[in-house]
Design a protein. Sequence first.
Length: 203
Amino acid sequence: MPNRTRTGALTALATAGLALGTVLAVPAGAAERAQGFLAAGDLPPHPSSSWTADRVKGGVPDSLLGCVTDALPGYDVRHREFRTDLDTGAVQVTVVVGGAAKAKALQTRLNKEMRTCATEIERNDPETEAAVKDYGSVAVEEGARVHGLHTVTSWGATDVHLLSVGRDGRTVTLVQWGQMGDFGDAPVKAFKKTTVTAVDKLR
C-alpha cells in the first residue's frame, strides 16, 4: 500500500483511537530509571532522531490503540510514553492482576482484540481502511506475541503500528510503536528485541 500525504492525520488517528499522543519527555540519558519499564534506549533505533521518555504514570494512556483499551479499565495500570523529534511514538503499558491465571486470560483477550482490530476500526470509521498482521510469538517468560496494524484514511493519511502483548507471572505488558508509513516501514526484528527486554524487566 503506497505512502500518501499525511493531511489531517492527527484528527483521523484521534477519531480511530490511535493518536500517538503528546508527552512531557526526559532525555534518553537521564538519571531516572523506571523499575519494570523500558528505557528510551531499549526502543527500536530511529534513523535520524533519539528517543525521549516520559515518567511512569498511572492509568491507561490516550496514545494506546483503541482496540485494546476496553480490556483494561478496572485493572492496576501504569504506563510510560516515548517519542522522537519526528513523527514516531511509543508507549509501554503494564497491568498487574490477581494471579497468573487472570493474567493469562487478559493476555489472551488482548491478543484477540488485536486480531480483530482492523475490522473494529473500519466499522467505527468508514473513512479509514485498516489491515492487521500477526508477526508471531516471542520466546520470553510466559510468552509474548507481536501484531502489526496499518491504517489509511480517505484523505491519504497512512500510519503503521506494532503492538506486543507479553506476560511474566501475574503481570502483563503491552508495548506499542507507531509512525507514518506502512508495514514495510515497521522495524519488526528490532521491535521483537524490545519486547523481550520489556518482559524481562517485569521480574
